[in-house]
Design a protein around this ligand. Sequence first.
Ligand SMILES: [Zn+2]
Ligand SMILES: [Zn+2]
Length: 361
Amino acid sequence: MRSTFDLVVLGCGGGPSEYNLSGYLLKSCDTTWSQGIIALEAGSGIGALQHILRTTPSIFSATFPTAAESHPPPTAADIYSWIQCYLITHAHLDHVNSLVLSAGSQGASRREVFGLLPTLKDLQMVFSDRLWPNLASWDENDSSAALLYSTLQVDGRYKAISPHISVRTFSVSHGGHKAPYDSATFFIKHNTSGREFLFFGDVEPDSVASHPRNLEVWRAVAPKIPIVLSSIFIECSWPTGRADDMLYGHLSPEHLRDELVNLATEVMKVRRQQVTEAASSSASSDKPIRKRLKISPPSPGSLEGALKGLRVYIIHCKDDLRSTYSEPINQVIAGQVRALTDELSLGAEIISVEQGMHITI
Ligand SMILES: [Zn+2]
Ligand SMILES: [Zn+2]
């Protein structure tokens, strides 16, 4: 299958290192980077980009469709100037740091900042002329503002955020001391092909949340797996064995396994339903139903192979400053998730995301 999206990882850590925070540059494969980039999260930004270009100068040239644009390779300033909009899951500093720091130096073009209303209101507290100059506006007619707040609704619809890409937003729980704190999950859709991927901001397990909302997301994803949607980016901040009262609104490998089991259960429900519907609608057909559907009816209770064809990208692993692991923490955590999901033969491929990776979806 042809690739649909290009994504470059400016940062994928969960802190505290300011050098590797959530930040991804995204475009559709049928356009060039210079035609417009969506900044998906904005933790690490121009500094990380400069570093990545020093070690991999051709990371953006390689995907230019025309040779003319690939010489000379674009600079960090070029690439940053091609950002058209920001898509932000929540306003914690590790997800908005570069958006704030670069807002005053982005040049003439105004950028939209897409997020849930509470997220944008939190950002407004930063752009208060106290923590930072007020460079953002709610007024579409305010052309002097560097940033324009643009609210995403949780209404089941896809909203166009660029000429080729639209987004459906879910609100999910991310801890919170007194009141639940909202983060977002995005279904990111390529308009012409209809293909999608799923991107979670920080999220806590349904089994721990006071307002569990992940199951709603899994129910929406299940019918799309693996043809329409074959990639999920999801956090796993902590390594295995972390106590529930120390999660602080995040996932650990055991909880991510449980969430993926919930997804697999929903996928199996959808497949059983498809078999039943096909059986009732074509009782007169000569061809065996299973053969025409190219799926085998799952045996009750089994989740084996339910997530076959799905890639699960592990992000937002928190640095352990006193780590005793011999491998980097993101690889340790991805390995732990892999071992837990392999035990159940769910069939998903578990991938450790690295800073500077170019991922095609
Ligand atoms: Zn975070
Ligand atoms: Zn957070």
